[in-house]
Design a protein around this ligand. Structure first.
Ligand SMILES: *Cc1c(COP(=O)(O)O)cnc(C)c1O
Length: 505
């Protein structure tokens, strides 16, 4: 007599939507149907269909999850999705998209995403991840080597620069507390001394430094902004003064953040001098290379990284400047021991008794538990394209930034805010006839919004000395100077047509 007869497998999975050994046909069918919509997306000539408030309201309705009690055929749902999302999506690969740090992505990285998502590897422990662990470790080793970090360094993939910077501040804080005061924050939590800890970064550093200080319970005021010079780089004399002032106030400097590639200006803080100061003052040195970090691969910018090997930790975003899909970022520490500040040994997952150097558990370095296999796309990109191709993309977008800058310099209707260091250009339209600041702010916002809403160009804006400026962020190596000059023309035309809001007499 058979007691536990297995249920008839076929029947169970016949109508199943789950990915398994019987679903290959359906999987292929879904992908083929999806490709039709990808084709449509690529056939769009504009970066954006355009912005219409009535349609936005309708789409909000369309997004609602009604009628989900029963199943629907995929082609029907894909058609709905197309109308709601794909037709309205922003095409970052379009040359009129020059707003934020969104890059066009490599084809191998998309293939890697398909594989990683389909297999659905979770990389936190070796028993779930097996060889994927080695692929992540190898990509980390590669990038550590690029920064001349030695074998004692290590790193981990994160969800983005914000999370990487979070890990940096946490490590810096907990290390300082432990080394100088014998305080074990991980074990015992907060201590009064920690309220006096201060972190220094340039006034042009990314907002995530302040935000993370707050998330870590230290508050915005734990971050001391340091003035920049006329190239938007941290003024190191100001850094020394700020450190002294902080000490006089009875507070405790613990770390300095050097940004290699500021978000707005692409400027590189002088890492060598900052490193020297950090060493003298016994401060943790964190390098935020979220934007500029991948430029270590280029010949044009490699010199900016001289001294980066003395950093205690580094943030790098592959989803910004290695042409990878979101999310793809890493956090590196020069001394791998410092990952102890985030390690936790859970009985069900990675018990300490099971520690095995041949089968490492990456969770010991991560603040996430379940984690995507994001390293695969970098690995496949590197193996397929090679680093020279990527470096040439980065050099090309820098070159485009310089070209468009030089061109705008001779145009009296534009004021340039900086010489482009990487691939951004910050400027504003300044009609010579209007001469008071509120008007300039209004015109520039008007230009940005008008071009966006018409689907003509997406440009970013930022503030400098309280005034609105426009920003090109160039990450598309297929862009051309002619196309960019065309956008400049549109900006000028839109600016000229602007009618200032006249006050009622
Ligand atoms: C974009 C950016 C960040 C934040 O990175 P995310 O991946 O968006 O979280 C941090 N620092 C700098 C300098 C950046 O440009």
């Amino acid at each position: 007599m058979i007691i536990n007869e297995a249920p008839p497998f076929k029947e169970l999975s016949l109508n199943s939507y789950l990915f398994n050994d019987e679903s290959l046909e359906l999987y292929e069918d879904y992908i083929t149907k999806t490709l039709v919509y990808i084709q449509k997306f690529l056939a769009n000539r504009k970066f954006y269909k355009g912005d219409d408030i009535e349609e936005i309201k309708i789409n909000k309705q369309k997004a609602r999850l009604t009628d989900i009690n029963s199943s629907n055929p995929i082609h029907k749902t894909l058609e709905e999705l197309n109308e709601l999302y794909i037709e309205n999506a922003i095409a970052f690969h379009n040359p009129t998209y020059v707003a934020h740090l969104n890059c066009p992505i490599t084809l191998p990285s998309i293939v890697a995403e398909l594989i990683a998502t389909t297999v659905n590897t979770a990389v936190e422990t070796w028993d779930q991840s097996t060889s994927a662990t080695f692929i992540e470790q190898e990509v980390i080793r590669w990038i550590c080597n690029e920064f001349k970090f030695d074998d004692y360094s290590d790193g981990v993939f994160t969800s983005g620069g914000t999370q990487s910077n979070f890990m940096a501040l946490l490590m810096a804080r907990d290390h300082y507390a432990f080394e100088k005061f014998g305080i074990n924050i991980k074990q015992n939590g907060w201590s009064d001394q920690v309220s006096k800890f201060r972190i220094f970064c340039s006034e042009k550093s990314h907002f995530s430094i302040k935000k993370n200080a707050a998330l870590l319970g230290m508050g915005y005021d734990a971050v001391v902004p340091v003035k920049v010079d006329n190239r938007m780089c941290m003024d190191t004399e100001e850094l020394v003064l700020a450190i002294e002032k902080t000490k006089q106030e009875g507070n405790i400097p613990i770390a300095v953040v050097a940004t290699l590639g500021t978000t707005d200006y692409g400027s590189f803080d002088p890492i060598k001098t900052i490193g020297k100061i950090a060493k003298e003052q016994e401060l943790w040195l964190h390098v935020d290379g979220a934007y500029g970090g991948c430029y270590v691969l280029t010949e044009t910018h490699n010199h900016y990284f001289d001294g980066v090997e003395y950093a205690d930790s580094i943030t790098i975003d592959f989803h910004k400047t290695l042409f990878q899909p979101v999310s793809c970022s890493a956090f590196l520490a020069r001394n791998r021991k410092h990952f102890q500040y985030v390690s936790y040994y859970a009985d069900y997952l990675n018990p300490l008794e099971d520690k095995d150097s041949e089968r490492p558990n990456l969770i010991e370095k991560s603040i996430q538990t379940t984690r995507r296999f994001d390293a695969l796309k970098v690995w496949l990109t590197l193996k397929t394209l090679g680093t020279k191709t990527i470096a040439s993309y980065l050099e090309e977008v820098h070159h485009l930034a310089k070209q468009v800058y030089n061109n705008m310099l001779s145009n009296p209707n534009f004021e340039l805010a900086h010489v482009p260091e990487l691939s951004t250009v910050v400027f504003r339209y300044k009609n010579s006839e209007a001469d008071h600041e509120p008007t300039h702010d209004e015109v520039n916002l008007h230009i940005k919004n008008t071009l966006y809403k018409a689907g003509k160009a997406s440009i970013a804006s930022t503030k400098l000395n309280g005034n609105i400026y426009l920003k090109f962020t160039l990450l598309n190596p297929k862009n051309t100077i002619n196309n960019l000059l065309n956008i400049v023309d549109m900006i000028e035309e839109t600016g000229k047509l602007y009618q200032p809001k006249t006050e009622a007499l």
